[in-house]
Design a protein around this ligand. Structure first.
Ligand code: DAT
Ligand code: MG
Length: 140
């Protein structure tokens, strides 16, 4: 099924100059970047993005990190775009992410920030429901 999903290049990826590198990888895998926009999330946008994690011990740090600097928000489309983008991203923990994945190949030496948050460069919606909730946070 043709799908649309949200890709975010997180503040660590933008700060490290990896926007083009990451977008090229997504496109090389046969997915299409329909539109993109660089923004710094408001607290409200960050809270909505990470609403499923509300109540977890790392939630406050997560919201702080994602709004700590500009992100590149992208709508990515293609057949099975949601699962294909997730596979391309690799494991949540960059140290566990396989070679050939964005998180595995582009990780930095220290993958945990000062608040205990895993820095892993990218966010991708994990389901049709998540994509439907997350895309409008960035694209009206
Ligand atoms: P993913 O981004 O792979 O969908 P997730 O939705 O479980 O992973 O978590 C959202 C982000 O929160 C994740 O990209 C990095 C951070 N994170 C997840 N689990 C964490 C933990 N146990 N400690 C610190 N940060 C964590
Ligand atoms: Mg997630």
């Amino acid at each position: 099924m043709a799908e649309k999903t949200l890709l975010l290049i997180k503040p660590d990826g933008v700060a490290r100059g990896l926007i083009d590198t990451i977008i090229k990888r997504v496109e090389a895998a046969g997915l299409k970047v329909e539109t993109k926009k660089q923004i710094t999330l408001t607290g409200e946008q960050a809270a909505e993005l990470y609403r499923p994690h509300l109540g977890k011990q790392f939630y406050p740090g997560l919201v702080k990190f994602i709004s700590s600097g500009p992100v590149m928000a992208c709508i990515v489309s293609g057949e099975q775009a949601i699962s294909r983008l997730r596979a391309l991203m690799g494991d949540t923990d960059p140290l566990a992410a396989e070679r050939g994945t964005i998180r595995g190949d582009l990780k930095e030496m220290a993958v945990i920030n000062e608040d205990g948050i895993i820095k892993n460069l990218v966010h991708g919606s994990d389901s049709l429901e998540s994509a439907a909730r997350e895309m409008p946070i960035f694209f009206k």
